[in-house]
Design a binder for this molecule. Structure first.
Ligand SMILES: [Zn+2]
Length: 117
């Protein structure tokens, strides 16, 4: 293999790497769009759950049933919120759904406090 051939091969590889890099960028873009969509749906789901919960509480204010509801229905919502928080998003009313940027939020943490008491 002469020097020219080696140089051509390296140029080819360089080109291929460039193309792969471009593809990687596209996939990354699609992934972030999917994550955004997923997050948006989670938020929507969360709001609908809260809405549903409020509607149920409005239509039935007996202590026993609201106690029951605390034990059953919200625990699933609680897990989802805890996961959302772990993934780095606010779950407090103030900034629900926005990224926490690696900072703890006292309002979010209040939510955990309330639930464990
Ligand atoms: Zn927060």
């Amino acid at each position: 293999m002469n020097k020219r051939e080696i140089f051509d091969q390296v140029s080819d590889m360089e080109k291929q790497i460039g193309e792969l890099y471009e593809q990687l960028g596209e996939i990354k873009h699609q992934l972030s769009a999917l994550l955004e969509e997923n997050h948006r749906l989670e938020m929507e789901n969360h709001h609908l759950r809260i809405h549903l919960e409020n509607m149920e509480q409005d239509s039935d204010n007996k202590d026993v049933s609201s106690e029951e509801r605390k034990g059953k229905f919200p625990s699933e919502g609680y897990d989802n919120l805890a996961r959302l928080y772990d993934e780095g998003f606010h779950i407090c009313n103030l900034e629900f759904g926005s990224p926490r940027q690696n900072q703890d939020c006292i309002f979010c943490l209040e939510f955990f406090d309330k639930k464990t008491k």
